[in-house]
Write a protein that binds this ligand. Structure first.
Ligand SMILES: [Zn+2]
Length: 367
């Protein structure tokens, strides 16, 4: 039946009617709140690029966890800022690592709160990459090309000089790409060791975010061997190399000291490859899967929902949060409205679990 018999506006007339026919609903028990734990006592340091988000010492993290729990938020995901960093990420898997300490303290006080442990090495590595780094050498031809370009910069002027400088910059970036490698298989052992250590501390869900091939299988095997057969794995299965992670790197002090993460995180152009990544992780034993970031990849969330039957999570990342906060602070958008709309869109795309810095604020609105 068409207009005028059909009038879709009939069900939009009042808030009550709109509510009744809402297809998508948000509830706090679908939210996971990220927490950044740092050494010290009484520390509550705001992240510059993420107003309202803090680095918290263990005692403060416990307070925060209590508040999160009282708001009905289901879960916390913990990230750590260790005392020191090295080349084997000791702080990630040490028994007294910062996340392990926080886990024990929070579990003691609020046993009902589900704790997720992010498993990655970047926050604990001196170089800031998510795996073990092996140096390799730049090809000789690059050295010769660089020498020529440097000479040209020195002796030419004007346009010619500009061109030589540009060429030199190109050579430098190719050289830095060629001069190191993030080693896959050797990194798996550290990731597995980290996962067991977190499970031992009381983490309920192990969430690997490193994007090394084969990590889910390696972690499952290690957990089972250590007796943690009941500990589920939430795999950051389709994690894209993204500019939206910028503020997180400040929050977790995890920016790579050289190069970038494009050799392990996914290319934003690829949705079919994202399905393969997810499939692979399911095959290796993932119990839940995640797409990250959320807003720029809603189509990937929707495709994953369509294709796989596992619990599906999405991470509304630091840059998504920072954009909304910055615009709201400028008075350019309505903060609460955009916050709820962004969360609703992630839910509508198909994610049943949302990791978000808005967990507390959104829970307050929904209660
Ligand atoms: Zn990482």
């Amino acid at each position: 039946m068409a207009f005028p018999a059909t009038r879709l506006r009939r069900l939009r007339r009042t808030a009550e009617l709109r509510n009744l026919v809402a297809e998508t609903r948000l509830t706090p028990d679908a939210f996971v709140y990220p927490l950044f734990v740092c050494p010290g006592e009484g520390v509550r340091k705001e992240v510059r690029s993420m107003p309202g988000v803090f680095n918290l010492s263990v005692d403060e993290a416990v307070k925060e966890a209590r508040e999160v729990h009282s708001l009905g938020v289901a879960s916390l995901i913990l990230f750590g800022l260790p005392d020191g960093k090295d080349e084997v990420a000791t702080g990630a898997w040490a028994q007294d690592g910062i996340v392990q300490q926080a886990t024990r303290a929070i579990k003691r006080e609020i046993p009902g709160l589900v704790l997720m442990g992010d498993v990655c090495l970047c926050e604990y590595m001196s170089h800031g990459h998510c795996g073990i780094v092996k140096a390799s050498h730049a090809p000789q031809s690059l050295g010769a090309a660089a020498r020529d370009a440097i000479t040209a910069v020195a002796v030419r002027d004007g346009d010619e000089r500009e061109k030589a400088i540009e060429k030199l910059a190109g050579i430098a970036s190719r050289a830095s790409e060629a001069s190191y490698e993030i080693v896959n298989d050797a990194s798996l052992e550290l990731l597995a060791r980290t996962s067991v250590s977190l499970a031992k501390a009381g983490i309920d869900i192990i969430a690997p975010s490193d994007m090394m091939d084969g990590r889910v299988g390696a972690i499952r095997h290690a957990l089972d061997e250590a007796g943690y057969t009941h500990t589920p794995i939430l795999s950051y299965a389709a994690k894209f190399a993204s500019g939206f992670y910028g503020p997180f790197r400040e929050a977790a002090d995890s920016a790579p000291q050289f190069g970038d993460r494009r050799s392990y995180q996914m290319d934003g152009a690829n949705i079919r490859e994202a399905m393969r990544e997810i499939e692979e992780d399911i095959e290796e034993g993932a119990d839940m899967i995640m797409v990250k970031p959320a807003m720029p990849y809603l189509d990937v969330i929707a495709a994953a929902r369509e294709r796989f039957d596992l619990a599906l999570a999405a991470y509304q990342v630091s840059g998504e949060y920072a954009m909304i906060e910055a615009a709201a602070r400028n008075g350019w958008i309505e903060r609460e409205r955009v916050m709820m709309e962004s969360l609703l869109s992630i839910r509508r795309a198909g994610a049943s679990i949302i990791l978000t810095y808005y967990a507390k604020d959104a829970a307050r609105i929904l209660s």
